[in-house]
Design a protein around this ligand. Structure first.
Ligand code: SF4
Ligand code: SF4
Length: 289
C-alpha cells in the first residue's frame, strides 16, 4: 500500500529539519554581540537560507525551542544537566557538549511531532501489540520509567532474580517454573529498569479494540511518543554516570529508523536526507519479525 498522499504533512517537516536553523542561531549567539538567544531570533532575516534549506519566518519556527536554546551555555558545560562524552569516553568540550545536548532536545521534540503525524494514517498497531504467529520473538518490550509504571494496572514483578537479568536473558526468568512471558502481559523490574512485556498474541491494555487507538494517548509513556525514527545524536550511557548522580551520555550522531514501520519504508529517502541535513548518520534496521 502507498501512503504517500497521507504522509504529505510529515514529509514536508522531514524536508525542512529545524536543527540546521537552530545551529545557525547558536553560532550567531556565540560569535555575535547578542545578549540573549531571543535577541538572535529577533534579528534573523526572513526568509533565511542555511545552505541546506530556505526557512520562512525562522524566528517563529524556533520560538517553541527558545527555552532549550537559552538554557545552554556554550562556554561552560557544567551548566548542563548531564555530562557528555565522545565515543572514546573523553568529556566533550563545552561548545560541542552544549550543541549536542540542545540538538538532541530539538530532534526529540521535532521527531515526536513528525512520528505522530505519520503514524496516525497508517492504521497500524505494531508498536502496541506482542509478536504475531509469523514472528520469531516470544515477546516485545516497552521500556518504562518507574513513574510510568502506574499507567498500567497489570501484575508487577520486582524480585532479586528479575533485577539480575533482562527480558531477553537466556535462560529466561521463570515464575512458578514457567518462563515469565507465558503468564501474559505484565510489568517487570529488570537490571536495566522497568518495562511492559507484551507476549506473543497479546496487546497493550490501553489499545482500544476495533479502532486501534491508544486510550491514554495524551499521557502515553515517553517511549510510545518516539516510534519509529529515533534521534541518537547522544545516547544515554548509565555506566559513565558521575558518583554524584549526574547522568552521562555519549555522542553518537546517528538517526535510527526502524524498517518494521510502514512510514519508514515509504519515506526512506526523506529520512536519509533529514539525517544528512542534521549531520547525522542514518541507520535503518529491522526490529521485529
Ligand atoms: S500506551 Fe498507548 S501507545 Fe503505548 S503501547 Fe499502549 S496503546 Fe500503544
Ligand atoms: S510501526 Fe509505525 S505506523 Fe505502526 S504503530 Fe508503530 S509507529 Fe505507528
Amino acid at each position: 500500500m502507498c501512503y504517500q498522499d497521507l504522509f504529505a504533512a510529515g514529509r514536508r517537516k522531514l524536508q525542512q529539519p529545524l536543527l540546521p536553523l537552530a545551529r545557525l542561531a547558536q553560532l550567531l549567539r556565540l560569535t555575535g554581540s547578542f545578549p540573549t538567544m531571543a535577541a538572535v531570533l529577533a534579528e534573523l532575516p526572513d526568509p533565511l537560507d542555511t545552505g541546506s534549506g530556505s526557512y520562512h519566518r525562522p524566528a517563529d519556527l524556533l520560538a517553541p525551542y527558545l527555552p532549550t536554546l537559552e538554557a545552554s551555555d556554550f562556554n561552560d558545560s557544567s551548566a548542563l544537566p548531564a555530562t557528555l562524552y565522545d565515543e572514546q569516553g573523553k568529556p566533550l568540550p563545552a561548545f560541542e557538549a552544549a550543541e549536542a545536548w540542545v540538538g538532541q532536545q530539538i530532534l526529540a521534540r521535532e521527531l515526536e511531532e513528525i512520528n505522530s503525524i505519520l503514524c496516525g494514517p497508517c492504521s497500524c498497531t505494531l508498536c502496541c501489540t506482542g509478536p504475531d504467529r509469523t514472528m520469531s520473538q516470544e515477546l516485545f518490550e516497552i521500556p518504562l520509567s518507574s513513574q510510568e509504571r502506574s499507567l498500567f494496572s497489570l501484575p508487577a514483578t520486582d524480585s532479586p532474580a528479575s533485577r539480575q537479568c533482562t527480558a531477553l536473558s537466556e535462560p529466561p526468568l521463570t515464575l512458578g517454573d514457567r518462563p515469565f512471558y507465558e503468564l501474559g502481559p505484565g510489568l517487570y523490574r529488570w537490571e536495566s529498569g522497568w518495562s511492559l512485556i507484551l507476549p506473543r498474541g497479546s496487546s497493550c491494555p490501553h489499545l482500544e479494540d476495533g479502532t486501534g487507538r491508544c486510550r491514554i494517548y495524551p499521557g502515553r509513556p515517553e517511549v510510545c511518543r518516539r516510534p519509529q525514527i529515533f534521534p541518537y545524536l547522544i545516547e544515554r550511557a548509565p555506566g559513565l554516570d558521575s558518583s554524584a548522580g549526574l547522568p552521562a551520555y555519549v555522542a553518537r550522531r546517528k538517526l535510527l529508523a526502524v524498517w518494521d514501520c510502514p512510514y519508514v519504508r515509504d519515506l526512506k529517502e526523506e529520512i536519509a536526507s533529514y539525517a544528512e541535513a542534521c549531520g547525522l548518520e542514518p541507520v535503518f534496521k529491522q526490529n521485529k519479525g
